[in-house]
Write a protein that binds this ligand. Structure first.
Ligand SMILES: *Cc1c(COP(=O)(O)O)cnc(C)c1O
Length: 453
């Protein structure tokens, strides 16, 4: 017999009980190590028993949830009890992913972390930034962003926000020059945005210093840390307010789905928006702007990402060690001009990277799976080397278990044009390389035969 509460008060009470159970489960998991959280998330034995005993999180492809009664429906849709209702707003499979992500990103962080999953990394960037761009009477909105960012972010900011909406986008050229950030901020600045490390230049940011600067102006710091993943760096514990991930990359390394996430600490600073935005940004986005814009993640993709997350730490460790070997080998190849990799002592941002990037639950410095390098003798030589790759895939992709290379100026950063590429520091002879789980010697051999002419 199902115990059927009557009246919405009873459902509100039931909702409080369910929320307390979730909090207790999260508190329990927060005592565990990173790998254990990655493997289990909040999906424990009790949850499994509610799911026919399934030890793997089920994929709920249902578009909607059935309600017991009008009171149940009313309470749920008033957001007064945990429910999912309709997959655009929530879904049990997506919920398991969001809970796992928030525990991983909040690992070792004293406060609570919340997450909303999105249909792509770009949707996450949009949902993390657009809520701050509310047009207030007579104010000229602006935000300050690192020019060294993902091509998609560059286009969203410069085309959609600046050209279409008139938002003033203030690009910072040198992430490590704090006074350049400071000089760009004024009373109409709504947030600060950076990528750490950046794609494809691997530029680094002193997150703590930038967070302090943002907070002194009562605005949030938003960090895209896709390349690092929580296995190497968790920006919230360095003072960032909002973290963005493209889950399509190393967190979803098998490359079978596109997904993203926005994660936030509680009680962020903002000059704009309702109290709910400040109190719990990710939940606010999930329940309101994401409901209205509709960038919901497919539940199928949510479980695909969950599966990849389980082995995140070990994979990032192996990929980082291989990338370090490949980076060193590249520095010795005669056809190579310059290698960008935060792990190289010769790299400009090495000292800062060393302060921020470390394999979780270890003392091992690790610098991630991506590097980029410039090729001597110009664009033609660059394309020729790229075309000679035999095993390394030519694709606009990264974070894969398979090694992938791309020439950003003719692909990921093509549409932003030459002036835009100058801001982003993406020269035409740059090759971006994302090192996978193959034996590093095979990757080095393929590069060396391609560059040997
Ligand atoms: C790929 C990428 C994105 C965009 O993610 P999608 O899932 O492709 O939409 C955002 N930021 C960074 C750093 C990326 O590499």
């Amino acid at each position: 017999m199902i115990d059927m509460p009557t009246g919405t008060d009873a459902y509100v009470q039931k909702g409080q009980d369910l929320s307390e159970q979730l909090s207790a489960k999260r508190a329990d998991m927060r005592l565990r190590k990173f790998d254990t959280i990655a493997v289990h998330g909040i999906y424990g034995m009790q949850e499994a028993l509610n799911n026919h005993g399934s030890i793997i999180e089920p994929i709920f492809t249902s578009s909607a949830q059935h309600f017991e009664s009008s009171d149940h429906l009313e309470t749920a849709l008033a957001y007064q009890m945990p429910a999912w209702g309709y997959t655009r707003i929530g879904n049990p499979s997506t919920h398991y992913l969001e809970q796992t992500l928030s525990l991983l990103e909040g690992y070792d962080f004293a406060g609570e972390v919340d997450a909303v999953a999105t249909s792509s990394g770009m949707a996450a960037i949009f949902m993390a930034t657009n809520p701050f761009l509310m047009q207030e009477a007579k104010s000229e909105l602006n935000f300050v962003a690192s020019g060294k960012c993902y091509g998609g972010a560059f286009m969203l900011f410069s085309e959609r926000y600046e050209k279409e909406k008139g938002v003033d986008v203030r690009w910072v050229r040198n992430n490590l020059n704090l006074s350049e950030w400071e000089a760009s901020i004024d009373k109409n600045t709504r947030f600060i945005y950076t990528e750490m490390p950046s794609n494809p230049g691997l530029a680094v940011t002193d997150i703590s210093a930038l967070a302090e600067l943002a907070h002194s102006h009562n605005i949030p710091l938003i960090v895209d840390s896709t390349l690092a993943s929580p296995a190497l760096m968790r920006p919230l514990s360095f003072g960032a307010d909002i973290v963005i991930h493209s889950l399509s990359k190393v967190m979803g390394a098998s490359g079978m789905s596109i997904a993203g996430a926005v994660l936030s600490r509680r009680n962020i600073m903002s000059k704009t928006g309702p109290d709910e935005l400040r109190e719990n940004f990710a939940q606010y986005v999930k329940l309101l702007p994401a409901r209205d814009f509709g960038p919901a993640l497919s539940p199928f993709n949510a479980v695909m990402i969950l599966n990849d997350l389980r082995s995140l730490r070990g994979r990032v460790d192996q990929m980082s060690q291989s990338t370090m070997q490949v980076a060193k080998a590249l520095t010795e190849m005669p056809g190579v001009e310059r290698v960008n990799y935060p792990g190289l002592t010769s790299f400009e941002g090495h000292a800062v990277a060393k302060n921020y990037m470390q394999l979780v639950d270890s003392t091992d410095k690790r610098y991630g799976h991506m590097l980029s390098f410039t090729v001597k003798n110009g664009v033609e030589a660059t394309r020729a080397a790229f075309d000679k790759l035999q095993m390394i895939w030519r694709a606009t992709d990264l974070g894969r278990v398979k090694t992938v290379a791309v020439v950003p100026a003719i692909s990921t950063h093509q549409q932003q044009g030459e002036a835009g590429r100058a801001v982003a520091d993406v020269p035409a002879n740059l090759i971006r390389l994302s090192v996978g789980l193959e034996h590093p010697q095979d990757v080095i051999d393929d590069l060396s035969q391609a560059l040997d002419s």
